[in-house]
Design a protein around this ligand. Sequence first.
Ligand code: GLU
Length: 552
Amino acid sequence: MTNKDLADLLLPNVGSDITVYENKYPERNLKEGAIVTRFAPSPTGFVHMGSLFTSFICRKVATDSGGVFFLRIEDTDQKRQVENGVKGIVDDLKNFQIEIDEGMLNDDEEKGNYGPYTQSKRKEIYQTYVKYLIEQGKAYPCFCSPEEIEDIRLIQEKKKQRIGYYGRFAKCRKLTFDEIKTKVENGESYIIRLKSMGDFEKKVKVNDLIKGELEFPENDIDVVIMKSDGLPTYHFAHLVDDHLMHTTHVIRGDEWLSSLPLHIQLFQTFGFKAPKYAHVPPIMKEENGSRRKLSKRKDPEAAVSYYHEKGIPVEAVKLYLMTLANSNFEQWYDCNKDKTLSDFAFDFKKMSSSGGLFDINKMINISRNYISRLTAKEVYDGTLTWAKIFDTEFAKILEENKEYATKVFNIEREQKKPRKDYGCYSEIKSQTWYMFDELFNKADKNYEFQTINDKDEINKILATYISKYYSDSDTKDEWFNKMKDLAGEFGYAREVKEFKENPIAYKGHIGDISLVLRIALTTKSMTPDLYDVMKLLGKDKISARYLEIINK
Ligand code: GLU
């Protein structure tokens, strides 16, 4: 009996030959050096920071090399599925503007010539390759029950031997054709295992693009390649898919590093060219002086929805990710402020092999600088997009006052050193609420006047300012001179310097007066330029707010 007979016995319904698929998915027509890479999550419905980071790197290297980045859904493990699990992943990538060239667009649709891009739709393809391997005498059926496998494990544990189905433990390896035939005919359930030719005593060398040259013992375990439901295991599916989709670079989390000898072996078993591998270290977090992995369970910032809700501009998140990815990026960006991420040459060799330390404050700081360099119109658009999802009250105000809000965001913006009030879009309302009557009028206001505290004095200052000094048409100089006049009229020094030279001659100085005007107008002792604030609010609103205090 030949291996071909065995293959036909085990997979009678697989009619095609692997050449069908080898021809159906030809080499990609790309320029020399183009990187073809992929993001291959299980359909768990969301992307976490670690895989966003990896996808970001995939997108970057594919774009820079004129290559392809695709999304493949790895759903052969039915336990890890959630309903609409693909949509969540697609949306998360979209929210971060990580575009895919090929692959899944939602739970059912896809684009690209190398599909299907969902593994459960590729069953026939995998089975064709499994059958081919059996024909080559490189795979065999295993009828061991879970209990038998458990027994093997217990023996191995007891004898302190390596765990797994290998060597003398691989008893189904020795089954004859007739024994197999009888079992199959009796309807016994089976899986297919790789007949490993590896020798654990020998070493394989692999060059990981991030970790450098690594040495592993060869794989000698007869791993499962096809489960009893006819679906492949992850390892086997990875081999078939990355081969047929012509992946040149597998960029993935380093939890897969230990599978690397097996993956290399699988490619060798078929005589296929293996892709290059880059195992990305996890993002780390410092806690109580020690480092641990950023955790989906413990850290809210591990969910990418966190950044979306906070309203950190996508570009700022990406700038931060690049600082984590390449140690030289920050300096480069400092020296090339007019350039963007796409101008930066990412280099695997400049990645830390132990994992970058995540620092949310640093990300917010990058975001703060980034927002400070946007135009007021861009800030308006970004804030509105954010608010439409997360703060509909604010969105309505912004929509009804587009021109005005843009002017508010423009205060101290178009200058050499723009103001850096906003760390993210969700902070903007709390920084600007007093500029909008809709928010100011209904707020619970607490005026904490500081140096000048006498209610009578405050009322007189406010009343005099409005009736005698403030005018919407004043230039900044005119406005400032009037503030000085007001200070003089009330017995305060027109300049701080004058006051310092002769403190007993005055009640205080111009700074005390402007503080009263500022707090009475906004409730805050620190705001952007008071002239700009007043000019935007205008005389009617200023009078109304001052009158409310006077009449209280
Ligand atoms: N499906 C695997 C995962 O869930 C992908 C590993 C790979 O990229 O090769 O992480």
